[in-house]
Structures are given as C-alpha cells and as structure tokens.
Design a protein around this ligand. Structure first.
Ligand code: NI
Length: 151
C-alpha cells in the first residue's frame, strides 16, 4: 500500500474546501486627496460601500494518514473556517468590523493575506498550501505557500 499508484516520491495530496461569504467594503487611502482617491479607486471609493459574494478556497497539502486515509480532519477544517473566516467576515463591513484589516484597504489581495495569516497557525495536520479568494466569478487572488505570505 506504500504510496501505490502515486507519482514518484511525492505523495503530497492537496485537499481543498470552499466556503462563501458576503461582505461590504470600499477603497480609500487616507493619504490620498479626495481627487486621488476617486481617480485611483473609481466607483469603489464610494464611502457608502458595496457588497460582494466572496468565494474562498482553502487548500491543505499533506500526506494522507494511513489510518484514516485523510490529510486532515475535514470537520476540523470546516470548524476552523467557520470560526476564523465566517464569524469574522460574513455579513460584515470589512472597512469597520474586521480588526485584522484595520489600517488596510480591504482589497481582495489584502483580505486573502489576512485569511492566510489567520488560518496558517490553526492547521495542525498538513500545511496550508493556498488561499484563493474570488471577489467575483471573473476575479480571484491566490496566496501560496512560499509567496512570502508567512508574516
Ligand atoms: Ni468591491
């Protein structure tokens, strides 16, 4: 059974779980003038904000435990995503309600980086390999292991 059928020495398997959350944001840099903010961020600068239905894919890499056949306990991963992401961000205004984003423009890039930092220490079995955050079906951001995401 020793890695039978899997390629070479690399028996790493990647497991992905997907969750969706809705949140509001707007883009504003306090160091820019009002004109610069409008020019750089366009309609995303509207201080009343707008919403997105974000789709988050979290990938864990590891070797399946021979006794369970699993890289990690998927129920545990679900609970981690619930606590670290859903409770923090779902139906929130990202400019005001998520302390980890304080002082940052809540772009898809910055949100994905915050999610990486929140999840990485919680993954005890396997390693966080990728955080992919869709802001819309046409736009997503990846944070990968080795991207310098580990702060
Ligand atoms: Ni937006």
């Amino acid at each position: 059974m020793e890695g039978a059928g899997l390629p070479g020495k690399d028996r790493m398997i990647r497991v992905t779980r997907k969750v969706e959350f809705s949140a509001a944001h707007f883009y504003h840099n306090p160091n820019f003038s009002a004109d610069e903010n409008r020019r750089v961020f366009g309609k995303c600068n509207n201080p009343h904000g707008h919403g997105h239905n974000y789709v988050l894919e979290v990938t864990i890499a590891g070797e399946p435990d021979p006794t369970t056949g699993m890289v990690l306990d998927l129920k545990e991963l679900k609970d981690i995503l619930e606590t670290e992401v859903m409770e923090r961000m779902d139906h929130r205004h990202l400019n005001y309600e998520v302390p980890e984003l304080t002082g940052q423009i809540p772009t898809c890039e910055n949100i994905a980086a915050v999610i990486w930092k929140l999840l990485e220490p919680k993954i005890k079995s396997g390693k966080l390999d990728r955080v992919r955050l869709y802001e819309s079906p046409e736009l997503f951001v990846d944070v990968n292991a080795g991207n310098g995401a580990r702060a």
